[in-house]
Structure formats: C-alpha cells, structure tokens
Design a protein around this ligand. Structure first.
Ligand code: SAM
Length: 409
C-alpha cells in the first residue's frame, strides 16, 4: 500500500477503495497486452468499467465477465458497455474475496484478465487459506496476515479463474512494486507467474487520489527467472523500457528507482533480446497481382508518418503460413529494396496481406516506439545499410536483423 493510500485510509477514505481509473489510462492499459484475440475476459472490482470498456473496444469478439460488490456500480458499467456496443457481457454483484467465487462465475475459463483492485487492509478470513492454496500462492501463508492487502487477494482470485497461459494486467500500488516490506510478495509473484512488464503511472491516473501506482502485466505460467521490462508513462506516451533481471525485480520493479540510480545503460538492444517475432510476407509479385485483398509491398511505404500507417479497414481473416497479414501494432520493414532502410513503419489501423519483400516485426507494445525510433535514427539507418547485401536491390537477412544492435533512443 503506498504512503498516500495509507494516509487516505487513516483519514477515513472510501472503504471499498473506489478510486476509478481515468479512461485515458484504461486505453493505455489495454495496449500493454500482447494478446491479439481474447475469447473470455475477467474484470474483478470492475467499478464503473474504465478497464472493461477499454477491453471491450480492443477485443470486440470476447465474452466479458465483470464482478463488483458495489450495487451502485452496476448501472454505470451496463451503460458503459452498451455505449461501447458490446453485447457479450455478464455482470455479477458479489464479494470478490468470497472463496466460492469460481462457482459463481462458472469455473476457471478466462484467457485474459484486467483489474484495478482496491488497496485496502482486510481482516484475515478462514477462506483465504483456500484461495492462496488454489491460486498456487501457498508461499504467502508464511507472510503475517496483516501484511496481506486486498490487492494481493484479488490477484490470487484472478489466478484461480485464469486458464494456463492467460495474460493478466493489474494496477498495483507503489508499495507492492518497490517497498522493502513487500519483497516476499514480489518473490512469490515472480515464482508463480511470468511477469513481463511493469509500467509506472503518473500521479493523477485515478479519480479522487494522487496515489502512485503501476501496471503489471504477467502470464499465468510459472516464472523461470526471465527479465522484466520496466518503463513509465509520461507526457509523450510509454518510455522505452529497460530490462532488469528477475533478481533485480524481486528487489524492486519501479522505473523511478533504476532511473535515479543511473542504471539505464546506453548499450542498446537487439530484436532477438526483446523476443521479437519476425515473419517474412508470402505473396510473390504474380500472386500479389491476382490477390483480391489489399496487399502491402515495398511501393506501399508512401504515408507521411512512419509512426501511424493506416491500411484498408476491412478485416481479412487470420494469419497463417503462406498468408501473412499485417495488423495494428505490427512494424513493417522492406526485406528487399534499393532503399530498404528507409522503408519502415508501424501499422496503427487496418489490415493487408504482405508480399515476400516485406518483414513483419512483432514486439510487445512497450518496445514498439523504441524499435521504430532506433531503426530510423542515424545509427539505425547506418546499421541497416551495413548489414544488408547486394548491389542495386539490396536484401536483408532475418538473422542479421535479429542481431542488429539498436541504440535506445
Ligand atoms: C480502485 S476501484 C477500480 C474500479 C475500476 N476497475 C476502475 O479501474 O476504474 C476498486 C473497485 O473494487 C470494488 N471492490 C472493493 N472491494 C470489493 C470486494 N470485496 N468485492 C468486489 N468488489 C470490490 C469497488 O467497489 C471498486 O469499484
């Protein structure tokens, strides 16, 4: 619990922790997930629905289950979902800390979860032992009950309801991410789940409090000591992330700390290090001519801003071998061209089938901007020119691209 929150509680603030997320933060929140196609989404402590409505817009085909104990929240969330035009929504008025929650929502079946839980102190209940055990967080039994706040128990409940591999994003208080007293909780979490990224939010991200908070995104998979990307949300959007080791993350995971102790290196990164997926387009020039769907080729790099490419608005089916489709969030780069280093962009809207002269690069949302800026910088352009081969039309090898060192902009 952050100092601000504790102070708020002592001053007798909202007992249910009803500090709603600003809708702009809701949009940033959903952009941090890698998942492109969710089928069942869970939001525990959904309040008026800032996160749920943002999720409904990003994953329009998903079924969404919301739960909140506050009766008055129900009409707001229903209104929000109606205005988003999302039909597949069920809302339950219930106590999220009830040990029988899985029965109430029909068992563990969610492949994605969003959550901004209350950060309140709670009294230990008998049912909590079962919740911790069934969520795989047994380790937390060793922690004094008074150190367990509602945010931890909400995370445990999400884990009981999430399918294996589900992607989960939770807004957590600063204390959980940085305080010495929460180290055992961080350790338990880093072992139980695969923490992928942590984004520090600006103060004022919630209505009615100046509390400092962070978004933490993880997968429902055993943690295996993978590095964690940490960044912050500022006026210019999400900063370039830095990778910290799992040991460092256990110590603390707040960007502010690593920035202040000067641990941000200028060493740069490679696409391989940040787990980029690079796929080559599929259509030959003859196939491209006969294709009925919109096609993206090296002569399609014509829009003014490489940071916001808009493709045709019709969805054109799913990606499969032999038919590579670009969609929002993808970085496209010419694979074969005289000026391939200049032919690069991020798709922000629409779809297109890629020709075999195009690479599609997929990285997590926090890295996208850094990759594009890095490749467009003077050093990035020089590096692309250096590693590509051939006279006239030059060609870029996928392995060389994966290992090309990109300066952090
Ligand atoms: C910090 S607010 C977040 C609301 C919303 N998710 C958002 O981001 O704007 C926490 C929410 O949890 C709900 N809540 C608090 N304790 C709860 C409990 N034990 N069971 C269910 N909901 C609870 C509150 O009513 C409130 O709507």
């Amino acid at each position: 619990m952050s100092g601000d929150m504790r102070q708020g509680l002592e001053q007798g603030s909202d007992p249910l922790g009803r500090y709603y997320t600003d809708p702009v933060i809701g949009q940033v929140f959903v952009s941090l997930f890698d998942c492109r196609h969710a089928s069942a989404i869970l939001d525990l402590g959904s309040g008026a629905g800032s996160l749920t409505v943002a999720a409904a817009k990003r994953w329009a085909d998903a079924r969404i289950q919301t739960v909140d104990v506050d009766l008055s929240a129900e009409k707001h969330i229903r209104l929000g979902m109606a205005s988003a035009g999302h039909q597949a929504h069920e809302h339950l008025v219930a106590d999220v800390l009830d040990e029988n929650l899985p029965d109430m929502v029909g068992g563990p079946r969610f492949d994605l979860a969003v959550c901004n839980p209350p950060y309140t102190r709670i009294r230990w209940r008998v049912g909590f032992a079962r919740i911790l055990t069934e969520s795989g967080m047994d380790r937390l039994h060793a922690i004094p009950p008074e150190a367990l706040s509602s945010d931890i128990m909400f995370i445990a409940q999400i884990l009981r309801l999430a399918e294996r591999g589900a992607e989960i994003g939770v807004i957590v208080p600063d204390g959980l991410v940085s305080a010495r007293r929460s180290r055992a909780i961080r350790q338990a979490l880093l072992e139980r789940v695969r923490v992928m990224r942590v984004v520090q939010l600006p103060r004022g991200s919630f209505r009615g409090t100046e509390a400092q908070a962070h978004i933490i995104v993880f997968e429902n998979e055993q943690g295996r000591g993978e590095p964690v990307d940490i960044s912050y949300l500022g006026m210019d959007g999400i900063s370039s992330p830095i990778s910290i080791s799992a040991d460092a993350a256990e110590f603390r995971m707040d960007y502010r700390f690593y920035q202040s102790v000067g641990k941000i290196t200028k060493r740069g990164f490679t696409l391989r290090e940040i787990n980029a997926e690079i796929k080559r387009g599929s259509l030959s020039s003859a196939e491209a001519r006969d294709c009925n769907d919109p096609v993206f080729h090296t002569n399609s790099f014509t829009q003014p801003s490489p940071f916001a490419y808009r493709l045709a608005t019709e969805r054109i089916g799913v990606d499969r071998p032999g038919r590579r489709i670009a969609e929002p969030g993808d970085i496209l780069l010419a694979r074969v061209d005289r000026d391939l280093q200049k032919k690069i962009c991020i798709v922000t809207r629409g779809w297109a089938v890629l020709t075999d002269c195009i690479y599609r690069i997929r990285v997590s949302a926090t890295w996208r901007d850094a990759v594009l800026r890095g490749l467009l910088s003077e050093e990035g352009q020089a590096a692309l020119t250096r590693v590509s081969r051939g006279v006239g039309a030059r060609m870029l090898n996928k392995e060389d691209l994966l290992d090309l060192r990109i300066e952090a902009p």
